[in-house]
Ligand binder design. Structure first.
Ligand code: ACM
Length: 678
């Protein structure tokens, strides 16, 4: 019997020494070397030893070890079969760590408890990957960026504190360290403020459970039809404390001067008209506005230890300010030349207030309009160029450009997905983004603090849908934030992300099933060859809408087809509004050419006013001046919520040099990607 046991032990040892372990984790460490000599097995003799770690951090780290690796008893001395987390002298803000695992011992060291926490997260993912065993590895690791964030909009559709804590768990496992909560917006105020009870008695409640059913009005919290909610101060303390124990800072966002309809419904005296439901912006001419905002910020600053206080700043239409006597007087008194400068006046003033309390403001990139406040950090959402501009002017910047970071768009073929706000943002596109490319000047790059994935929730009404939109795309954000750019490669990331995403699904997160991803519109993938490819396109007194220029004059004959969304810069958009801007182009085939087919695809998504044409005319000409109509196609358009594609074409036989393609739709956008001629 003893002989048989010895054989099992020997075979087991040889197997475990030669078995192929996986080190597929996200984010990829800076360096991970496999020793190939087996794995550490956690058993009931394993202890946790933390030399040099102060008690407060030791309790947090012990809880992290328990959460990721199981219940491991602490020990106050070094011995075998142990996980040792040691704090060494050095930079206290450094989140890096080193880790060494062999069959008998795990040793991690760092200069900060955060570094040790991330070592534990690496161990957790290695254990997930290898059925609880931790392979023999040596890891040296540290983040690329200090700011690695996720924003969750809890205004449009409220999410309770348990949901937030669950996402903090996932974020921590991915080494993300900033949770930005979009706490206030027109759809509901979500945080208790003692001084202004109407914010949570009224502005947090509405008819209609979801943002889509909202209807723009508010209800008393006692109304049986009221839907909504808010965090009490105790909820916030619990979230902030839970996050801190996961080395995550919670950044509160209080919107100003716009996106504030809910405040103005509760406190109408703060609007220019003095009435609710008239405008989304605070009156900047009114001193009561500043009194309100400063009082709110006092309570916010007391609740949130975050160095950054997010003050919104986005999408102010500023219309009411133009005719408001108080705003006009403020502009005259302060010598402000336009309403952009009036917004800037508010941001500067709020910045001074926040700075005096020892904190800094961060705001959406429109806070640059009218002149940026001196110490402000810019959260760049409209496009990387805004963040780059701020960074080049010496401002700290966090990158969250919509094209790469807005997780409210579709991640796969739209008609297979729950309804989203629009746009197509698959995992690969998220991953492709580099917040601080080498092409930028060194001084600009050093001001780029990091990246934030943002999840606005207009169309995201449930916990399950929110997790579906977050994962796996947040894995890409995490790796962009952590792993050196030169090490990042999508195929390798996807292989690791598939496994880590499956772990999340196994732990009860409703992540999108990456194994089932279909990918972009097939037409997008392969360029189309046809007779007009490369030929000159003449725009007949019409111009594309500037935001939807695609490849300019090359768009319709470059062979490149559009994807699932009109804003992917392969579709060119035309808006026939006040001036005549119907699509009207002529393609010069250079010589008389035998043609049997002329056609173009159009995309329709009625929500953002993108429609098929009502009428298409296709004609031809030998001299480019006198055209003969080949066909006129008219359509009865039907409103529909889904993205759709339709080809408008002619077939026949003609020999001609010039082909003219016109598409009409008054007051609506039309988008096409290529005019195919065969
Ligand atoms: C934003 O998306 N309006 C920041």
């Amino acid at each position: 019997m003893r002989y048989i046991i010895s054989i099992i032990i020997v075979v087991g040892t040889v197997l475990s020494a030669t078995a192929r372990y996986s080190v597929d984790i996200v984010p990829a460490p800076v360096s991970i070397a496999e020793g190939g000599k087996g794995a550490f097995t956690i058993n009931d003799k394993t202890t946790l030893y933390m030399p040099g770690v102060p008690d407060s951090a030791a309790a947090t780290l012990a809880a992290a070890v328990t959460a990721r690796l199981g219940d491991i008893q602490p020990s106050d001395r070094r011995h075998g079969n142990q996980i040792e987390l040691s704090l060494t002298a050095g930079e206290p803000d450094d989140e890096g760590y080193t880790l060494s695992v062999d069959r008998k011992r795990i040793t991690a060291s760092a200069t900060s408890p955060a570094g040790l926490f991330y070592a534990v997260q690496t161990l957790g993912q290695l254990a997930d990957r290898n059925g609880g065993l931790i392979p023999d590895v040596t890891v040296t690791d540290s983040p690329r960026f200090a700011y690695r964030g996720v924003m969750i909009d809890v205004s449009r559709n409220f999410r309770d504190k348990e949901f937030i804590k669950k996402q903090i768990d996932a974020m921590a496992a991915l080494k993300l360290n900033r949770l930005h909560l979009h706490l206030t917006d027109g759809a509901g105020w979500r945080i208790e403020i003692d001084r202004y009870p109407r914010l949570t008695e009224f502005a947090a409640w509405r008819p209609g459970e979801t943002w889509k059913q909202w209807g723009g009005r508010y209800l008393e919290h006692t109304d049986p039809e009221a839907h909504g909610g808010y965090y009490t101060k105790d909820d916030i303390r619990e979230i902030v404390d839970y996050a801190a124990r996961h080395y995550i800072t919670v950044i509160p966002e209080i919107e100003m001067p716009a996106h504030s309809e809910e405040v103005l419904a509760a406190y109408p005296e703060l609007s220019c008209a003095g009435e609710p439901y008239k405008q989304p912006e605070f009156c900047v001419g009114n001193e009561q506005t500043f009194e309100f905002l400063q009082n709110v910020l006092d309570e916010i600053i007391e609740l949130f230890p975050s160095h950054y206080i997010h003050i919104g700043g986005d999408e102010a239409a500023k219309v009411a300010w133009k005719s408001c006597e108080k705003c006009q007087k403020r502009m005259a008194d302060e010598g402000l030349k336009d309403v952009d400068e009036l917004q800037s006046y508010l941001i500067h003033r709020i910045e001074r207030y926040v700075n005096a309390k020892g904190r800094d403001i961060i705001g959406w990139d429109e806070i640059m309009q009218g002149g940026l406040a001196p110490n402000a950090t810019v959260l760049s959402w409209r496009g990387p160029e805004h963040g780059i501009k701020a960074a080049s002017q010496g401002h700290k910047t966090v990158m969250a450009p919509g094209k790469f970071c807005y997780l409210d768009g579709y991640q796969d073929v739209p008609h297979t997905q729950p309804e989203a706000i629009g746009g197509y943002l698959p995992l690969e596109l998220v991953y492709s983004y580099d917040p601080a490319p080498d092409s930028l000047a060194v001084d600009t790059r050093k001001n780029i603090q990091g990246i934030e994935a943002t999840m606005f929730t207009e169309y995201i009404a449930t916990d399950g849908h929110a997790e579906y939109m977050l994962y796996p795309r947040v894995l890409a954000t995490a790796e962009i934030g952590w792993t050196p750019q030169e090490q990042r490669e999508y195929t390798d990331f996807r292989r690791r992300a598939l496994q880590v995403n499956d772990d999340l699904r196994g732990r009860g997160y409703n992540a999108f099933d990456l194994h089932a991803e279909i990918g972009n519109r097939p037409e997008w993938e392969t360029p189309v060859d046809h007779l007009a490819r490369g030929k000159r396109v003449i725009y007949n007194d019409c111009r594309w809408a500037p935001r939807y220029c695609a490849a300019g004059e090359a768009t319709f004959t470059d062979g490149l087809r559009g994807g699932w969304f009109y804003n992917d810069m392969r579709w060119q958009g035309f808006y026939n509004g006040d001036t005549d801007r119907d699509l009207d182009v002529t393609i010069d085939m250079e010589t008389p050419t035998d043609i049997t087919y002329i056609g173009a695809d159009f995309i329709q998504l009625c929500g953002p006013n993108v429609w098929f044409p009502e009428k298409v005319i296709i004609s031809c000409s030998d001299d480019g001046e006198h055209f003969t109509m080949l066909t006129t196609i008219t359509t009865n358009l039907m409103r529909d919520n889904k993205v759709a594609f339709r080809t408008f074409s002619w077939q026949g036989n003609v020999r001609t040099r010039y082909v003219r393609y016109q598409a009409f739709n008054r007051w609506r956008f039309v988008f096409t990607d290529e005019i195919i001629i065969r």
